[in-house]
Design a protein around this ligand. Structure first.
Ligand code: SF4
Length: 617
């Protein structure tokens, strides 16, 4: 008899066996412990079937959502197909629209998401999603419904529009966005509507995935440029708006600048390797010609002044705005989940205009930080996986050739990522310089990792990873803001994790003013009032700091103001205010700088008088 067969004759269990009830009559048998789980599951299934039979629902079938076979978007459809996209600010999107249109696409950003988008997202999407999913998915459905309202038939919409968005494999709900879009579209009656994805970690060339939308190097360079220009214009305008003398002037000029950059992007044609020599190369050695064209695109991006000149024009326009840097404003650094901290919509309770109305100076997070983060995480992953190859066993110690090859692969990968990071930062700095170096430089990712890792493991990815915690520490400790506001969507898994870590951060850095706000489709009044309270504290901090700095200079505010009035260049956005250690506010730093210039002038005056006296002898 096999030792796995149930036994009814014995009264004692053998080693590895247990007694098991075989039916409702109290009859028992011995079974191996290893089979017990299977038997329990079998009994559960039988019991469930019995209960379902009794309740009359035994016929119920469950149809799970499956990714539908999608119709391709082909090159031939390009002229009559509109590519929709969204999810950033209107400034980013307008400039990106120019960039994508310049590549020959009909393209349209979605209008801003609002509460109705959220309700539609809830109505047609899955339960238990995070806030950005509801807003963004609902916003697409809402837009398509509005097209229907304008008289377009559903089939026309499905045939003549596609939606493009970033994708990832998770680990948070971001990995499910594509499926969510498809499910909601199907539930809303737009079955067959095409959703195209580019992978955020997929590199600069994903061409061939969709023939209609060529995800090639031109597309990605255009995207990176568009996002950088949007970031930089937002950053500089946030530094001007709180100090503008004429209300609304910054936004008026900003609109002009965004339109201008839209045209600059649209007029740019992708670099092509052309000419007689190129014709020969394309005919004889297409591989080499392709490499030359690829490199040509990079070289032109890195050394051409086309975009830099566009931004210089914007800077000149912005520099016409009158500013008064003596206004005391609390600086509020806004962090949080990527979408919640970026959107200018109901999706974050319209937090940016609210902060502006309440008299705060805002520092937003540029999209570029996210790009740098991805590059840095890729470097970390390469280091962590050094010597490992997916699907292959480790070579034995004597297989030196294989070890050497793996080391070489590792060095090559790290060098490429390092180079990409250098090029990206150089490009960002070149564009900042065109805006008078006013926009903030990108924060060093290693520094963020260094301060954030002790509280939030930097290898725990998803959402903003360790960045939420790290930015809170970085901006507070470097005297860059009076308070940190973290916008965290409801249902956001990584943000919930970092909330736990933030408690430890706050208990270590007692002076920090940190306020997390959970964003949702409702509850604006409550959220605004909580921000108002924290802002009240930050205002007191900013005023006290200003009074202290003014006193330290030994000057009166009237003296300072008189000096500024005598120097019109100090009333222009191009004036660069020096940041002093231990001083956060713009007005306080400005006063310190002006006082130093006044002192230098006074010394210079005395020196000139002495020189005159000396010249008399
Ligand atoms: S980070 Fe949070 S809010 Fe954003 S997609 Fe992931 S789970 Fe949703």
């Amino acid at each position: 008899m096999s030792n796995t067969a149930p036994s009814v004759e014995r009264t004692e269990a053998l080693p590895g066996e247990t007694r098991h009830q075989t039916g409702g009559n109290g009859h028992t048998a011995f079974v191996p412990v290893s089979q017990l789980e299977d038997l329990i599951q079998q009994r559960l299934r039988q019991e469930r079937a019995r209960l379902e039979r009794e309740a009359g629902i035994e016929e119920a079938t469950h149809t799970h959502f499956r990714r539908p076979e999608e119709r391709p978007f082909t090159k031939a459809q390009r002229p009559h197909t509109t590519v929709l996209f969204g999810g950033l600010t209107w400034k980013h999107e307008r400039i990106l629209q120019g960039s994508i249109a310049g590549l020959g696409y009909k393209v349209m950003p979605l209008p801003n998401a609002d509460k109705q988008s959220f309700q539609i997202g809830k109505e047609y999407g899955n339960n238990g999603q995070c806030n950005p999913t509801y807003f963004t998915v609902g916003n697409l459905v809402k837009y398509l419904q509005s097209l229907e309202g304008q008289g377009l038939a559903k089939q026309e919409i499905v045939d003549n529009y596609v939606y493009v968005t970033a994708g990832a494999c998770g680990p948070c709900r971001f990995g499910m966005y594509e499926a969510e879009y498809r499910l909601a579209l199907r539930n809303a009656g737009f079955d067959g509507f095409r959703v195209l994805l580019f992978q955020q970690g997929g590199g600069l060339d994903q061409a061939g995935l969709e023939a209609g939308l060529d995800l090639n190097i031109d597309f990605f360079i255009g995207m990176l440029n568009g996002m950088n220009f949007g970031d930089l214009l937002l950053d500089i305008s946030d530094q001007i708006r709180p100090f503008e003398v004429k209300k609304g002037e910054t936004d008026r000029v900003l609109r002009e600048c965004v339109e201008y950059m839209h045209e600059v992007m649209k007029s740019r044609r992708p670099y092509k390797f052309e000419g007689k020599l190129a014709d020969v190369a394309w005919a004889k050695t297409p591989g080499l010609a392709n490499t030359v064209e690829f490199l040509g695109k990079f070289v032109r991006q890195l050394f051409s002044d086309h975009f830099v000149d566009g931004l210089r024009w914007c800077f000149e326009r912005l520099n016409t705005i009158d500013v008064d840097y003596l206004r005391v404003k609390p600086i509020c650094k806004v962090t949080g989940e990527f979408w919640a901290q970026t959107t200018e919509s109901d999706g974050n309770f319209n937090m940016f205009p609210f902060l502006d109305r309440e008299g705060a100076q805002i520092i937003r997070e540029p999209v570029a930080t996210w790009t740098s983060y991805l590059l840095n995480q890729a470097k970390n992953e390469a280091r962590d996986r050094r010597g490992l190859k997916e699907g292959e066993a480790m070579p034995r110690w004597y297989e030196l050739g294989k070890h050497a090859q793996r080391e070489l692969d590792f060095v090559k990968k790290l060098t490429m990522l390092w180079l990409a990071g250098k090029i990206y930062n150089r490009e960002y700095d070149r564009l900042r310089a065109a805006l008078g170096n006013k926009p903030h430089a990108l924060v060093n990712q290693l520094e963020l990792l260094r301060v954030g890792h002790p509280y939030y493991n930097s290898r725990a990815e998803g959402g903003e990873g360790h960045l939420e915690v790290a930015k809170n520490i970085y901006y507070s400790n470097k005297d860059l803001c009076h308070m940190v506001l973290s916008l965290k969507p409801f249902g956001c898994m990584p943000s919930t994790q970092s909330d736990g870590a933030q408690s430890a951060v706050i208990s270590h850095f007692k002076d920090m003013i940190y306020i997390p706000i959970e964003t949702s489709g409702e509850g604006d009044v409550n959220a605004h009032s909580r921000v108002q309270m924290a802002l009240g504290e930050a205002k007191v901090k900013a005023k006290n700091e200003f009074a202290r700095v003014l006193q330290e200079t030994g000057r009166t505010l009237d003296d300072i103001r008189a000096y500024v009035e005598a120097h019109p260049e100090m009333q222009r956005p191009a004036w660069n205010i020096t940041h002093h250690k231990g001083v956060v506010g713009t007005a306080a730093n400005f006063v310190k700088q002006v006082a130093a210039l006044m002192d230098a002038d006074a010394k210079g005056g005395r020196l000139r008088k002495l020189q005159k006296v000396a010249a008399m002898f």
